[in-house]
Design a protein around this ligand. Structure first.
Ligand SMILES: [Zn+2]
Length: 355
């Protein structure tokens, strides 16, 4: 049995008809799994899959070593940091870092990742290390003010933003920040990605607001991002990149980066094709929002009127379309001598026939 129990694991447990009291006592229970267990307790196990996860503060995470806080003794912190549960989470961070690098979402030493591992403590990536080549021993343990508690390497300077997100959004278990090029292009152009075009982004993310630019690593930048995470799990950072939080796992936070980047690339390509982009209807979006609500993912559009759901009126692609609008009789360019001579030759032939 692995040492981290997710909501999926619990659902599988129930599907197999096993008794939940058999769950290993020393395992980490993720916040989503904890919400699910609470729901199961309160409704006697009925309709557990339909209950949206309520927004609850993340409780202390039980771990194989004694849970620590910023005031624990150095020996307790070290034992916690080296516990099997933490080693497993370190491996998860290294794996997400590898995927970020392989997909070119990070450059140089850019990007950072964090997981909340208890009350007021988080595991995070070090500074000045490529995210593609991290080893578990490179990772750091910090308190929610960014003070380093354990780890041989110095923690990332951008950790403050991750911690501000965790403080502001109690459900944020994990955070991933990177610089995916297409999404970052939208952040540079200050163009908020339009909505109602592809189901995945609507269900797993929703609207992606843009936080104004501030110097990376400053508390001011972290605050501008954190101000948006009550309602949004993914935020574009003006002239910088993107960040996502998840209540499920660090891999789930990473998935949001894949979904956002694929979406921005698709919208960008679609905007070059010379046709107005088609959206699905507000009614169709409503169906997706229902799925989203059942998954416990927040969306400020839940409960909005239909006419407000797919309003992309303010969306401007911010690019000059390379494909001209279709015309009944396209006129040749007056600045292209070759085209002009071809047109002249054809015209001459037609006129000669008419004579
Ligand atoms: Zn960055």
């Amino acid at each position: 049995m692995k040492s981290v129990i997710s909501a999926k694991d619990i659902e599988e447990f129930i599907r197999q008809g096993r008794d939940l009291s058999q769950l290993p006592e020393d395992a980490i229970i993720t916040p989503a799994a904890r919400d699910l267990l609470r729901d199961l307790q309160s409704n006697g196990g009925r309709n557990y899959h339909q209950a949206p996860a309520p927004a609850q503060p993340v409780p202390q995470t039980p771990v194989t070593a004694k849970p620590v806080s910023a005031t624990s003794s150095p020996a307790e912190i070290e034992a916690f940091f080296k516990s099997p549960a933490l080693e497993d989470l370190k491996k998860q961070i290294c794996e997400v870092g590898r995927r970020l690098w392989q997909r070119a979402y990070v450059d140089g030493n850019g990007g950072n990742i964090a997981i909340r591992v208890g009350d007021g403590v988080a595991l995070c990536t070090p500074t000045l290390v490529s995210k593609g080549f991290m080893k578990p021993e490179d990772l750091c343990l910090v308190d929610l003010d960014g003070n380093q508690l354990a780890g041989g390497k110095k923690r990332t300077s951008e950790i403050l933003m991750h911690l501000q997100i965790m403080k502001q959004q109690p459900r944020a278990l994990a955070t991933v920040h990177c610089h995916p090029p297409h999404a970052t292009a939208f952040a540079v152009a200050q163009v908020e990605p339009p909505t109602c075009m592809i189901p995945e982004i609507e269900v797993f993310i929703g609207r992606v607001p843009i936080a104004p630019y501030r110097t990376p690593g400053t508390p001011e930048m972290g605050k501008l991002v954190a101000d948006l995470v009550d309602q949004h799990n993914t935020v574009l950072m003006g002239n910088h990149g993107a960040v996502a939080w998840s209540h499920v796992s660090v891999e789930d936070a990473y998935f949001k980066m894949e979904i956002l980047e694929a979406y921005c690339r698709t919208v960008w390509v679609a905007s070059q094709l010379g046709q107005p982009l088609k959206t699905f209807t507000a009614e169709q979006l409503k169906d997706l929002l229902k799925i989203k609500q059942n998954l416990g993912i927040p969306d400020p559009r839940i409960g909005l009127k239909e006419c407000e759901l797919c309003d992309n009126n303010e969306w401007r692609p911010g690019v000059t379309c390379g494909v001209p609008a279709r015309e009944a009789n396209p006129a040749p360019s007056t600045h292209d001598p070759q085209a002009e001579s071809v047109v002249q030759a054809v015209t001459d032939q037609i006129l000669a026939r008419l004579k």
